[in-house]
Ligand binder design. Structure first.
Ligand code: SAH
Length: 248
């Protein structure tokens, strides 16, 4: 079981697989006023940076599930490196339908809401693992500017304009689902640059080391087009944030 290969190549050197910087992750942890021993579930945990740093900085106990064997391996190594391997557990698997055995204080899905079939479905899924009074974290894109055309939305790698909402509408959408928004931390364009531009050097180095690979043409094509596509579309139109929710 694995994710499409382009991600495990282009994001192989990423610790954070979204437009958050290490500072954004730390701000979010501080904003949530996490208490030592709080259990955190993370669906689509990537390379584990959120759980590992929060275990180190705030003493949380974490479980992460991710479909990428490579990212899961990186998460385990990161836990060793930060000395928190006794506090966090990383499981390779499909997080769709995953419910924790023991209820958690924080249930998160940060940049992978397709796991629950969209934001609403993911909130429902996370709620099944959450203790009363716990916090749900959803990391999701929103339109900084609504694209003027569907073509521009596709340039942002969305299927259509309707894939995402502007920030006020996204915030408003949580109420009808039965949730208060109790905190949020938003990425900025520098964070987007760290996420997107870091892929380019990784792809370039991969190409130099793997010129005979059957996938080299695909990676070459991406490296050639991505900088301009990103600057034209994603960087201008797409925002990203993590939203903390509590049931009303
Ligand atoms: N939350 C992490 C990773 C976000 S990127 C971070 O912020 O760094 C999206 C992640 O979802 C990738 O690590 C990918 O491997 C994982 N993923 C995709 N589909 C999944 C699924 N069905 N179950 C579990 N993980 C999945």
């Amino acid at each position: 079981m694995d994710i499409p290969r382009i991600f495990t190549i282009s994001e192989s050197a990423h610790r954070i697989h979204n437009p958050f910087t290490p500072e954004n992750l730390a701000s979010l942890g501080a904003a949530l006023r996490l208490e030592t021993g709080t259990r955190v579930l993370d669906l689509g945990s990537g390379s584990g940076e959120m759980l590992c740093t929060w275990a180190r900085d705030y003493g949380v106990i974490g479980t992460g599930i991710d479909m990428s064997p490579l990212f899961t391996e990186h998460a385990k190594l990161r836990a060793e490196e930060l000395g928190v391997a006794d506090k966090v557990k990383f499981i390779h698997g499909d997080a769709a339908g995953y419910v924790a055995d023991e209820k958690v204080g924080v249930a998160a899905c940060v940049g992978a809401t397709w796991i629950g079939g969209g934001v609403a479905g993911t909130i429902e899924l996370l709620a099944r693992s959450l203790r009363t009074g716990g916090i749900i974290l959803i990391g999701e894109p929103y339109w900084r500017q609504v694209p003027p055309t569907e073509e521009v939305a596709r340039g942002c790698l969305a299927n259509s304009i309707s894939d995402f909402l502007p920030l006020p509408e996204l915030l408003a959408s949580f109420g009808p689902l039965g949730y208060d928004v109790v905190e949020m931390v938003l990425a900025n364009q520098d964070g987007w640059d760290r996420y997107e531009a870091a892929k380019w050097l990784t792809m370039r180095r991969w190409l130099e080391a793997n010129s005979d690979d059957e996938f080299a043409n695909e990676v070459r094509a991406q490296l050639t087009t991505e900088p301009v596509r990103y600057a034209t579309y994603t960087r201008e139109y797409l925002g990203w944030g993590v939203f903390a929710l509590m049931q009303r």
